[in-house]
Write a protein that binds this ligand. Structure first.
Ligand code: HEM
Length: 420
C-alpha cells in the first residue's frame, strides 16, 4: 500500500503539516508513481484487483479505463464509497458525494445552479475580482510594511479564507474565523474516518453557525444562488464548498511559486493580470498544470453497484475502484511529465482519454471545475498586477519538478511594482 497509505497519512480531508513535510522530504509521491509503474510492467494495463480483506479494490492502470469509469458514474461506478461515507459523516453527512443515485440527481443540480458549473465564467465573476483584489492588495500592503516582504502560507491562507467566506457566505462572514475553526476541527476528525466517533455537538454548532448566513442570503454570495425551497440540506453542501476552497488556495500559492520561476510564463500571466478581461485563459492553464503536477485530489474513488466483467473475470458488486491521479498525470511517456507545459490544456480542464483529470470528469466532475480556475486566476492576477514575486523556498529545478511540493513551506518575496 505504498500508493494509498501516504495519501491517507497526509490527511484526506485536511492536510497535516508535519506529514506533508515528510512526504516532500521522502519523495512519497514519486515513489508511489514508480511503484505503480512496476505493477503495470508486471501485470499489464488491465485493472488490477487488490484482494484487501473485506474491501477489495480495483486499481486502474490504463487511461482508457479512467475515462470509461468516470463516464459511467454513478452507475455502475458509484461516487459514494464506503471510505467517503466514513470520512464525510463527520463533516457533511448529507453531501452529494455520499448520496444515493436518486438523491444525487437532486443535490447535484443545486450545486450546478449555484456554482454555474456549465459556464466558463460564473455570473458573479466581476464580484469575485473585487473581493480577491481587495483582500490581496491589503495583504500586499501589510507585507510591504514588513522588512522581509515575505509571503508564506499562514499569511496567504488567512487572507484567502477571508475572501472565501465573502464569496461563499457574503460580506458579513468576512471575519467569521470561528466558523472556519469549527469546520477545521470537524475536518481533522474526518481524517480519522472509521476510527473516530462523530462529534455531534460540533457538527450541530457548525450547522448553527452557517444557518445564520443561509436563512438570509446576501446578494452576490454563492449561497444566494441555491434553488429556493426543496430539502437539500444546504449546510452539508456548503461545508464541502468551504473546505474545497482550501485546495484552491493551495493551488494558487503553488501557481505563484511556479510563475516566479518560469520567466516566459510569468510575462504572459502578468499581461493577462493587467487586462480588464475576467477570463484569463493562460493563467487558468497554469493553474491546471499545477493541479496536474500536484493534484489536490490525488485519489478518485468509485464503488461498483453491480457485478461487472473485466478481463474475463467477474468483479463483484461493492468492490472499490481507485484512480491514483499522479500515476496518470506524471506518465513518463509524456515529454512534459515533470515540467510545466500550460499549452497541453487548450480550452479544456479535463483530458480523460490521457488520464489527466485534476477536477475528475464525467457526470460527477467537480461542479466547481469552471469556478475554481476563474477565482484562482483572478487571485493570482491580484498579486501579479501589483508586485514582482521571487521564490525563496523551496529551490526547484524547472525541467525536473519534484513529485511533492509542500505548500506549507513555500516562501515568496513580494516587491510592489512601481507604477510607470
Ligand atoms: C483546487 C480545487 C479543487 C479541485 C482540484 C477539486 C476537485 C474535485 C474532484 C477531483 C472531485 C471528485 C469528483 C469525482 O468523484 O469524480 C470533486 C468533487 C466535488 N467538488 Fe471539487 N475541487 C476543487 C474545489 C472545489 C470547490 C471550491 C468547490 C465548491 C465551491 C467544489 C465542489 C465540489 C463538490 C460539491 C464535489 C462533489 C461532486 C459530486 O459528487 O457530484 N470543489 N472536486
Amino acid at each position: 500500500m505504498t500508493i494509498v497509505a501516504p495519501t491517507v497519512a497526509r490527511g484526506i480531508i485536511i492536510r497535516r503539516r508535519a506529514i506533508e513535510h515528510l512526504a516532500e522530504q521522502q519523495d512519497w509521491d514519486a515513489k508511489a508513481v514508480k511503484q505503480m509503474q512496476r505493477l503495470k510492467r508486471k501485470y499489464g494495463p488491465a485493472p488490477l484487483l487488490l484482494p484487501i480483506p473485506f474491501r477489495p479494490q480495483l486499481l486502474l492502470l490504463d487511461p482508457a479505463d479512467v475515462s470509461t469509469v468516470l463516464q459511467s458514474s454513478p452507475e455502475p461506478f458509484a461516487a459514494a464509497t464506503a471510505e467517503k461515507h466514513a470520512a464525510l459523516s463527520h463533516v457533511e453527512p448529507k453531501n452529494v458525494l455520499v448520496s444515493s443515485a436518486s438523491r444525487r440527481a437532486e443535490l447535484r443540480s443545486a450545486h450546478e445552479q449555484a456554482l454555474a458549473t456549465a459556464e466558463r465564467l460564473h455570473p458573479y465573476s466581476a464580484h469575485f475580482k473585487a473581493v480577491v483584489d481587495a483582500e490581496f492588495l491589503q495583504l500586499l500592503r501589510d507585507i510591504g510594511s514588513n522588512r522581509s516582504a515575505e509571503l508564506d502560507w499562514p499569511a496567504f491562507s488567512q487572507a484567502w479564507f477571508r475572501a472565501v467566506r465573502r464569496l461563499v457566505l457574503g460580506e458579513r462572514a468576512r471575519n467569521d474565523i470561528k466558523l472556519t475553526e469549527t469546520l477545521n476541527d470537524l475536518r481533522e476528525r474526518a481524517n480519522w474516518a472509521f476510527a473516530a466517533p462523530v462529534d455531534r455537538g460540533k457538527l450541530a454548532l457548525f450547522h448553527q453557525q452557517v444557518s445564520h448566513y443561509l436563512s438570509d442570503p446576501e446578494k452576490h454570495s454563492l449561497v444566494s444562488r441555491f434553488p429556493k425551497g426543496g430539502e437539500f440540506a444546504p449546510e452539508s453542501q456548503v461545508a464541502q464548498w468551504l473546505f474545497a476552497f482550501d485546495a484552491a488556495g493551495i493551488a494558487v500559492m503553488r501557481t505563484l511559486a511556479m510563475l516566479a520561476c518560469h520567466v516566459s510564463y510569468w510575462a504572459k500571466a502578468v499581461e493577462e493580470a493587467m487586462s480588464r478581461d475576467l477570463d484569463r485563459p493562460f493563467t487558468r492553464s497554469c493553474l491546471l498544470e499545477v493541479l496536474r503536477l500536484w493534484p489536490t485530489t490525488p485519489v478518485i474513488l468509485r464503488q461498483l453497484t453491480e457485478d461487472i466483467k473485466s478481463g474475463g473475470r467477474v468483479i463483484r458488486r461493492g468492490t472499490g475502484v481507485i484512480i491514483f491521479a499522479p500515476f496518470f498525470h506524471r506518465d513518463p511517456e509524456f515529454l512534459y511529465a515533470n515540467r510545466m507545459e500550460p499549452s497541453i490544456w487548450g480550452e479544456n480542464d479535463a483530458l480523460p482519454a490521457a488520464g489527466l483529470v485534476p477536477f475528475s470528469a464525467g457526470p460527477a466532475i467537480c461542479p466547481a471545475h469552471n469556478l475554481v480556475p476563474t477565482v484562482a486566476s483572478l487571485a493570482v492576477g491580484a498579486f501579479l498586477s501589483a508586485a514582482d514575486v521571487v521564490l525563496l523556498q523551496p529551490s526547484l529545478t524547472v525541467d525536473n519538478l519534484p513529485g511533492s511540493l509542500d505548500h506549507f513551506a513555500i516562501r515568496l518575496r513580494l516587491a510592489a511594482r512601481r507604477k510607470e
